[in-house]
Design a protein around this ligand. Structure first.
Ligand code: TXA
Ligand code: MG
Length: 344
């Protein structure tokens, strides 16, 4: 199968994408978070094709994307607590809400769970595609299962070339990490952190819990609150190693590791924060952004891992604090590293 890339500026591109979705096909499309790999979310056979194209385990449920707030309520069994306030404050935007599913949602979307995840993306082309398709679009990130999520159309092409007919190119994604996933079953609980932070959610609805496995691997026998948490994730081919500490201390530790690996003949790169950059001397570094701006660290992370992966055996990366968007950054970074992390 030939994979075509068309700009979302091209008005015919979105119409062509909607035709593909309506006839059971797959289309990759931009959102404000990462690129999605979409299919008709009410057609179980079409949704199955997503799992095939990604090589994704089919016990990992998908998010349904809607073009209008009202469309979410058809997908849930009743109105989730706090949903109106959250949708009015954060939709369209990077917040996914989970609640009991209605009968129209196929098992293929939810991996047979009794709940479904829904979000309204803050991207005009994405919403135009959903509206023209006339159905909610089921879409995971458009990467091969296990790889870093794609934040440009070129990343999608790297992973999906020959596997899907069409990629809609809307330029680089604004957030760079996937949406915040919030369960509204029981106490509102963040299953996956994102650009909408715990602090932002708490300001609107009060108490919000965090799932246990956000910053650590599942323990033996522990059940994943979100099935996606149990898989190896976001990992480039290179080995990622993380050091968390003050800028100068982190740079000293990562420089020592750099020298050790280099002496063993490995190709090493350092993903550095602006604050630590001066401490690495002439070692090979790539700038992530400032520690004071975790949203930028999020925006750059997956893209940087893909860039460095091509010519590195080992990627050494600084960790940061988990306040605000720092939590989303650390959640993705630690998974990319398979939890190989040192706290200094
Ligand atoms: O920003 C995003 O959310 C992107 C863009 C394309 O919208 N999508 C995305 O989808 O990241 P995906 O499939 O890569 O991640 C969905 C996450 C997984 O961790 C999955 O386990 C969880 O949401 N999830 C989906 N439905 C769920 C449910 N009913 N209960 C618990 N977790 C669920
Ligand atoms: Mg994903």
């Amino acid at each position: 199968m030939e994979t075509t890339v068309l700009s979302t500026q091209d008005t015919k591109a979105v119409a062509l994408g909607a035709d593909l979705i309506r006839t059971g096909g797959l289309v990759a499309f931009p959102t404000e978070t990462v690129y999605g790999l979409g299919a008709d979310g009410l057609d179980g056979a079409a949704v199955d094709r997503i799992f095939e194209a990604k090589g994704r385990p089919n016990d990992n449920p998908l998010i349904l994307h809607v073009a209008q707030k009202e469309d979410a309520f058809r997908l849930w069994a009743g109105e989730p607590p706090f949903a109106r306030q959250l949708m009015d404050t954060f939709w369209p935007g990077p917040l996914t809400l989970i609640y009991y599913r209605s009968k129209i949602v196929p098992d293929e979307v939810t991996a047979s769970l009794d709940t479904v995840a829904v979000r309204m993306p803050d991207n005009e082309a994405a919403r135009a595609l959903i509206a023209a398709a006339g159905a909610p679009i089921a879409a995971p990130s458009a990467n091969l299962s296990g790889k870093p999520s794609p934040t440009t159309a070129q990343h999608v092409l790297q992973d999906m070339s020959g596997r899907i007919p069409l990629i809609l190119d809307g330029g680089p994604c604004h957030c760079g990490v996937e949406s915040t996933v919030l369960s509204l079953v029981g106490t509102p609980t963040i299953l996956r952190p994102g650009a909408i932070t715990k602090e932002m959610l708490a300001a609107v609805i009060g108490e919000v819990s965090l799932a246990h496995s956000i910053l650590k691997p599942l323990e033996a026998g522990e059940k994943a609150a979100s099935p996606g948490m149990k898989y190896r994730h976001y990992a480039p081919n290179a080995q990622v190693l993380v050091a968390v500490g003050e800028a100068e201390a982190a740079a000293a530790r990562l420089s020592a590791l750099y020298d050790e690996w280099t002496a063993q003949g490995k190709r090493v790169a350092i993903a550095a924060t602006a604050e630590a950059l001066p401490f690495y001397g002439d070692r090979r570094t790539a700038l992530m952004g400032s520690r004071r701006d975790p949203a930028t660290l999020c925006r750059r992370l997956f893209s940087l891992l893909r860039e460095l992966d091509g010519d590195s055996d080992v990627i050494l990366c600084e960790g940061v604090g988990t306040e605000g968007a720092g939590l989303a950054f650390m959640n993705r970074l630690l998974r990319s590293a398979g939890f190989r992390v040192e706290y200094l």
